[in-house]
Design a protein around this ligand. Sequence first.
Ligand SMILES: Cc1ncc(COP(=O)(O)O)c(C=O)c1O
Length: 338
Amino acid sequence: MSLIGLLRKQNRKTLFTTPSHGQKLFIFSKLRNLYKYDISETDAHDPQTALHKAQEKVSNIYGTKYTHFLTNGSTSGIIASVLACTNKGDKVLLWRNAHPSHLNAVKLAGCEPVFYDLPIIKGWGIPDKTTPDLLNLNGIKAVIITSPTYEGIVSDIKAIKAVCKNAYLIVDEAHGALYPFSDKLPQSAINIADFTIQSLHKTAGGLNPTALLHVTCDLDASKSLSMINTTSPSYPILASIEANINYLNSARGRRQLNNLILNLEDLRKINFDFGGDDITKILIKKEGLTGYELSEKLFEEFNIEDEKTNEHSTMLLCGIGTSERNLEKLKRALIKLS
Ligand SMILES: Cc1ncc(COP(=O)(O)O)c(C=O)c1O
């Protein structure tokens, strides 16, 4: 039975079990279905097998050795990956300004952090890609790369993997969960890196804080995941991951992603400065305006809020759910500003 099927097949037993809301709605009515489907391991028929099968099916879609469903974000996937491939005292190479989960993972594993820096892209004020020459891999047990960056700068993971002779390669692809589903997007690190972690909630339409950990090396991340995960998983959230990947992999999902990309290609025809390697992150700047001024104009004059801004540029994030209406609105605003 699938995870989704598991939830549909509600139990009629008289339960003296967790969770204590008893699938009844009396605390927060807006979450009607969530309470209804919030079951524990004991309430459903063999949920572990359903989870195992769902993960196996998803792993086949991505062509990985193993894909784990994460209900505590990419953060937990990064920590589990470092725990899985290192021993206490090992050296782990990481970007100095990476997401805090990278350093936290190294600390939790009892490893020694070794930092590398990324140059800033001139005129855009954002970190550039990681290249092999920036990585001193002497004595390094694992290296964590962020690709894409928050702003959509993508590294050549194949070239980095080629220099990782004795080091495990962990790629934080938190912002690149749509990549495997379109040839028009950058190549995903899955099946190149040893561990690739993607947030489904950031761009792929998933609920907060759903994510995936893809493993393609011989190591097993299950044990390290069980060290940091709760023993009371949320089956509605796990089932939402199954539904999310089913959707992305369906003809409808691929059509929706393709339409989004076509609309974004159309947007790029406007006479504006666009940057970055990932079209779903609208990275813009305008001569004569700082990034902050551009961001303020978008907000004050057009009621459009961006994701991230610096002195030089502004980034507006799109995902599978970004509507044509909103893109049209942005297009009109950029035309006026240009
Ligand atoms: C680059 C990067 N990696 C990892 C994370 C953590 O992702 P999550 O929120 O899914 O735990 C974030 C979150 O903002 C991020 O920006």
